[in-house]
Design a protein around this ligand. Sequence first.
Ligand SMILES: [Mg+2]
Length: 422
Amino acid sequence: MGEHQNRMGGFSGHRLSRRAAIQALGAAGMAAVSCGTLRASALEELSRHRIQQVIGFHVAAPRPKFVGKNSHLGDHGDQTHDDVLILTTDQGARGFGSGRLEPDSAKKLLGQPVSSLWTDGAGSTGLLGRSDHPLFDLVGKILGKPAWSLIGDQGTRAVPVYDGSIYFNDLIPGREKNGVAGLVAEVEQGIERGFRAFKIKVGRGHKWMPKAEGFARDIEVVSAIRKHVGPGIRLMVDGNNGFTLEEATRWLNAVGENDLFFVEEMFPESIADDTAFRTYIRSKGWKTLVADGESAGDVEYFDPYLRAGCIDVVQPDVRALGLSLEWAMSRRIAELQPSARLAPHNWGSHLGGFMQLLLGRALPNFLMAEIDWSRCDLFDSSTFQWADGKVTVPDTPGCGLVLNEDLFQSKYAEKAMKFQAS
Ligand SMILES: [Mg+2]
């Protein structure tokens, strides 16, 4: 498995080198001192660093396969896309990660002390806003702490992940004959990559197939995959709002014995429909969880759903909210609906998967990280270790990724947006 992952690049299965392991132990020791809040001396250290340079650029990374349609959208293609920021301070510290700034905002950052961008116990509250992945990396590196420990140490060292890439590839012209078998083969490839959980897109009858045929094909796909993987693998489905409540209930009845871990966005969310759906599922004695919320733009959006107890799995988009608001979301869930779990949406991004893993290590109510597998040689992720459907998050300072300097200079630097304090 490790060899295969190394070839894939993206998430690799290296063992930690002795040096990295010793560094990791040191950082973990420090992290144990304080989690989620910093000592006064640490905050003072942040105030000694001022932003000297801001670089912004775009990275496209190849997926190992073409990803087709879901119930609403056309083909998703064979690449992930990330906007990346690199922040450097006048003391020579550097952080990078997923984020985007307009040129005016980037210029305003220059000369700002890092302490003005960061609020203890809440994360990014300054000019970087939701583009806070590079800030967590920078603050972690300045303080010699893993970024997850800035949030907390209440998750798990090895974070469960899932492969969210099982789309409607049976509908790609030319593959119809081998359609369902082709999807089973994709799941098998995911198992080889180290996944033990898969999300399958459903809702073919919403616009790509006649309703009854699409309904039946969705069942055929889930049943074929369950038959192939057996009972030990988690399967979820995502309807991308391609059903009505009545259709979703009927569909779940038809697929019932296939043991779905969660059902996501089967219909456009409403308190009434989600309550009826969840009540029905429980009345049947099924353990299937109701998941929703990837299109929500704010933490408060979920309040009425949490109060009503009609959603089990809350899925705000990890890049749209950023790490700090996902952290806030976790606290809100704990307050309003302690039995619910956070499982952020992540699609179309290489870096979003690594953001999720940090949250999984930090937060007590994090469920699973959604991975959109792609190979990106710009980011060395070899300290993240895959085993048995989980990824162990490293204890190295910052967010755990290493920027390939030579590749950045040769491929990205020239086209990047770059601002430097005079
Ligand atoms: Mg979804």
